[in-house]
Each structure stands twice: as structure tokens, then as C-alpha cells.
Design a protein around this ligand. Structure first.
Ligand SMILES: Nc1nc2c(ncn2[C@@H]2O[C@H](COP(=O)(O)OP(=O)(O)OP(=O)(O)O)[C@@H](O)[C@H]2O)c(=O)[nH]1
Ligand SMILES: [Mg+2]
Length: 202
């Protein structure tokens, strides 16, 4: 599947977000969970989004175009303990303003470290996303760090999100093709549009 992403813009505040009619799929998650790495894996371009061993690296919204009608958005990471309180509050406010106001936001991918599972922040974020009628995509990141024997139990911890996680690794490429598919599917939906329900077998 082709997924040619190009960097388009960085925004430090909501007013700085690009004005376009592209459907957007945003990646959200705790600092250091692997958002930028996953974006690079999706795009098959190593240096596209800046990754770092230092948590709290991405502090603005970064927009990447994919083809003619889609954009991926790398959101700043939350929950970094060493970030000052004022900075953390600013980042949380920016993320929420983006989630609540962005007109063409079609889907939000919540990235969660596979070893950690969802915590309060992720459950709250999922609830916000559902209230807005945006498609929720749950991603379990850094799956390569789990032994085969640990995988099933790790995925079970995602049950409270009520959405089956896609297990991914930016390192090995596991799950990336499936995630590309979900992103393209999510982007086709208009925000607020209901998911088509399967017709019950007679
Ligand atoms: N083993 C492994 N390491 C990963 C994976 N994805 C990311 N990492 C590592 O995790 C660290 C953080 O990755 P980033 O992609 O920068 O994380 P981020 O979520 O963008 O972080 P912030 O921008 O600080 O919010 C880096 O050292 C990456 O190399 C993965 O799938 N497997
Ligand atoms: Mg980042």
C-alpha cells in the first residue's frame, strides 16, 4: 500500500493549524510511547517525524500530507513527569482544543505502550473521541519488546477501551500494514457519521 507522507506544517497553537479540507487522522499518546517512530514507519521514511530518546520531544502539532486528501497529525505527548506543570497544561489544552474544534478530524489513533496498557488519561481521551463521533483507533506500541508468552495477557489489559488494539512495532514493522488500512478507512468517514452496522443474519 502506498503511503507517501510529506511534512507540511508545525503549529504551536490552534490558530497555527493549516487551513485545508483534508481529512485528518491524528496520533495521540503519552510522551515517549512511539508516536513519531510509528509515523515514520507508516510513511516508510526514517527522518520524517523527529524521534528521540528524550521524552517530551514533540511539543507542537506536526502535520504531514498523505496523497491528495489525507493528513496525519503528530500530537505532542502528554504525561511526561519532568515537564513543568505550566508546559504540561499548555500541551493538554492545545490537544483538547484540536480534538474539540478541528473540523475535518476523522479519526484519532491512541497509542499505548503494549507493556503498560491504558491508564486514566487514555480512557478519558477515548471517551472524548467517542463523544465527538470521531473514529477511535487503538494501537499497542513497541510490541517487539514483549515475549510471545506475554503478548496475550498484555492485549487483555486493553479491554476497558472496548476497541481491539492493533499490535504494532516501528522496529520490526509488525502491524504497520494493518494500521495503514485502518487509517485510510477512518479517513473516509466524515466526523459524526455513524459506522455502518452489519446486517444481522436472518
Ligand atoms: N523497541 C522499540 N522502540 C521504539 C518503538 N517505537 C519507538 N521506539 C523508541 O522509543 C523512543 C521514543 O520514540 P518516539 O517516536 O520519539 O516517541 P514519541 O511518542 O514521538 O515521543 P514524544 O515526541 O516525546 O511525545 C525512541 O527511543 C524510539 O526509538 C518500537 O516499536 N520498538
Ligand atoms: Mg514525538
Amino acid at each position: 500500500m502506498r503511503f507517501d507522507a510529506e511534512f507540511a506544517a508545525s503549529a504551536l497553537d490552534y490558530a497555527g493549524c493549516p487551513r485545508w479540507s483534508r481529512a485528518e487522522v491524528a496520533l495521540a499518546g503519552r510522551s515517549n510511547v512511539g508516536k513519531s517512530s510509528l509515523l515514520n514507519a507508516l510513511a516508510q521514511a526514517k527522518g520524517l517525524a523527529r524521534t528521540s530518546k528524550t521524552p517530551g520531544r514533540t511539543r507542537c502539532l506536526n502535520f504531514f500530507t498523505v496523497g491528495a486528501a489525507l493528513a496525519l497529525v503528530d500530537l505532542p505527548g502528554y504525561g511526561y513527569a519532568r515537564m513543568g506543570r505550566a508546559e504540561a497544561a499548555k500541551i493538554a489544552a492545545l490537544m483538547h482544543e484540536y480534538l474539540e474544534r478541528r473540523p475535518h478530524l476523522a479519526a484519532l489513533a491512541i497509542l499505548i505502550d503494549a507493556r503498560r496498557g491504558p491508564e486514566t488519561e487514555e480512557l478519558e481521551l477515548a471517551a472524548t473521541v467517542r463523544e465527538r463521533g470521531i473514529e477511535l483507533i487503538v494501537v499497542a506500541t513497541k510490541f517487539d519488546k514483549l515475549k510471545n508468552s506475554e503478548r496475550a495477557a498484555a492485549l487483555k489489559r486493553f479491554a476497558p477501551l472496548e476497541s481491539a488494539p492493533i499490535a504494532c512495532s516501528a522496529l520490526t514493522g509488525e502491524g504497520i500494514e494493518r494500521l495503514r488500512g485502518r487509517i485510510l478507512e477512518g479517513a473516509r468517514r466524515k466526523p459524526g457519521e455513524r459506522r455502518a452496522r452489519p446486517i444481522a443474519a436472518a
